[in-house]
Design a protein around this ligand. Structure first.
Ligand code: HEC
Ligand code: HEC
Ligand code: HEC
Length: 448
């Protein structure tokens, strides 16, 4: 009898948890189905889903909610928040357990426009709900329809956030929201054209240009959410290593000298000869979002950007008008010394120049004016090289550039492993000295 009892207890020990687990799974499924019934299925309409798909492109939900190499909208991308720690983006596919498959329209609306999660917790503002608060009710419905009924469900749990202990309570966000976040959807200005209003709606809201391009206050809030507030789009802080420039119409500090055609070309391809190329987070936004916009929406944001108040800064020469082609590198190539060079500067300059010759000149040209067809851009008259701070130039060298639009790929390799710290500083110093200098008369590079 004893052995029977022993076996029985073993059987129970093995099977009971299994049975319980099965029962649990069954209960969970019943519960899930009940939960899924609650969702707003009346919005499951093809035209609305399609509209929502395009709005998701305008809002660039993909950039944050898709991890590198991960499934579309399954989240898990790490986002660094200054002073707080790392937040992983949520799975926003309609999976019931790990995504938003059981969410009702109101819950979705609360998350998007007010930063409140389903469990009532405040979301971290790494999710740009402060900008999305401008989204209209109608567009919220379409986005909901797309994410609940137009996206493939992916069962995947993003990693746990890594937030500093002292900063982990979320309630201060309520105060932050109260103080800083606009809580009215966009209201069109009847004095302005429909195109202007469309542009304003997109720039302030879905496209959230200000999240990167507007200055931040002491609590890291956006200082300005629209053109009526001081500093709007006047240049942002360093985020993920990149700094977004002043894009107001100021001719010296912003993009006032850009033509409309150049702005359109930049936003849709990321490349304008002898002016600017997009790297880092802007390259991503162009790849995932702006390059897929309808022409009239791009035109609308250009109209709006042209009309906002210029934000002045300290520049008197625009960043894309700086620099001189290198005329002395050919001599340096043969290791000869320029006769008029000042001996105390020579070592530093020539080290940087040699690094330039060795690493960069094959593509950007010995004199720095790029390739004839413009594929390899000129570093003279280049907004990244000429910018007042060298954050982006440093990032370009460390990360390289990778951007794909309409099937065309732009690639510059990363040099992080080829340069020591001091070499990087020397190279930067040379690039700034040569290609970000006060332009000399007649130094304009050829029109490639
Ligand atoms: C700049 C990055 C970024 C963009 C762009 C972005 N999100 Fe988010 N989103 C986040 C982060 C980060 C979180 C998680 C915040 C947290 O955990 O507190 C989040 C959370 C959410 C949540 C809450 C999910 C949950 O389980 O609580 C929803 C819903 C959501 N995002 C939808 C969207 C939609 C729809 C779009 C596009 C219109 C979008 N997001 C664009 C970063 C982003
Ligand atoms: C996720 C952050 C981010 C968002 C969102 C963003 N930008 Fe940018 N933008 C940048 C960064 C970073 C640069 C600098 C890129 C570089 O140096 O290669 C940049 C560069 C630019 C430039 C080129 C300026 C110059 O002088 O070279 C323009 C124009 C621009 N952005 C317009 C926009 C507009 C319009 C929007 C919204 C529709 C927008 N950006 C949204 C990060 C962003
Ligand atoms: C193999 C060719 C190649 C080499 C080598 C190379 N680049 Fe580039 N570089 C490119 C390409 C391609 C682009 C992107 C052009 C575009 O975006 O349309 C680019 C873009 C740039 C930009 C503009 C990016 C932006 O975000 O504004 C800068 C600045 C730059 N390179 C500097 C350098 C420096 C400095 C070196 C040497 C350390 C270097 N490059 C080496 C090919 C190269």
């Amino acid at each position: 009898m004893m052995w029977r009892a022993a076996i029985l207890s073993k059987v129970v020990a093995v099977f009971l948890p299994l049975l319980l687990a099965a029962g649990f799974a069954l209960a969970q499924e019943v519960w899930d189905e009940a939960a899924a019934v609650e969702v707003n299925t009346e919005l499951n309409r093809p035209a609305l889903i399609e509209k929502g798909r395009y709005l998701a492109v305008l809002g660039d939900c993909r950039a944050c909610h898709t991890a590198p190499g991960g499934a579309l909208y399954a989240g898990g991308r790490a986002m660094e928040m200054p002073k707080l720690g790392i937040v992983y983006t949520s799975n926003i596919t309609p999976d019931i357990h790990t995504g938003i498959g059981a969410w009702k329209l109101e819950e979705f609306e609360q998350a998007l426009r007010h930063g409140i999660g389903r469990d009532g917790r405040n979301l971290y503002p790494a999710m740009p709900y402060d900008a999305y608060s401008k989204i209209t009710d109608e567009d919220i419905r379409a986005l909901y329809a797309y994410f609940l009924f137009g996206v493939a469900a992916v069962h995947e749990k993003p990693p746990e956030n890594k937030i500093r202990r002292t900063m982990s309570p979320r309630w201060p966000l309520k105060v932050w929201n109260f103080l800083f976040v606009p809580d009215e959807p966009f209201a069109p200005d009847p004095q302005q054209s429909a195109t202007w209003n469309r542009g304003a709606y997109l720039v302030q809201g879905l496209a959230h240009c200000g999240e990167c391009h507007s200055p931040r206050g002491i609590a890291f809030q956006d200082k300005a959410y629209d053109e009526t507030e001081k500093g709007f789009l006047g240049g942002g802080p360093v985020l993920d290593g990149w700094q977004a420039y002043n894009i107001t119409p100021d001719p010296d500090n912003g993009i006032g000298l850009w033509t409309e055609a150049q702005l359109i070309q930049y936003l849709t391809t990321g490349h304008v000869n002898r002016l600017a190329q997009a790297g880092g987070t802007m390259a991503e936004a162009i790849e995932n979002s702006f390059s897929q916009w309808q022409d009239e929406d791009i035109a609308a944001i250009v109209t709006y950007l042209r009309s906002i108040p210029p934000v002045r800064g300290r520049e008197r020469i625009p960043r894309q008008r700086r620099g001189n082609p290198a005329t002395d590198v050919v001599i340096k190539r043969g290791n000869l010394i320029r006769r008029d060079a000042e001996p105390q500067n020579l070592k530093a300059t020539s080290d940087g120049a040699r690094l330039y010759l060795g690493l960069c000149a094959t593509c950007h040209g010995v004199d720095g004016t790029g390739s004839r067809d413009g594929y390899y851009p000129s570093l003279v008259y280049n907004s990244t090289v000429g910018a007042r701070s060298n954050h982006n130039l440093r990032q370009v060298i460390l990360e390289g550039v990778h951007r794909e639009t309409a099937g065309e790929v732009k690639m510059m390799p990363s040099f992080a492993r080829h340069l020591s710290k001091t070499e990087l500083e020397k190279l930067l110093e040379y690039l700034r000295r040569q290609f970000a200098a006060h332009p000399e008369q007649g130094s304009v590079p050829r029109d490639n």
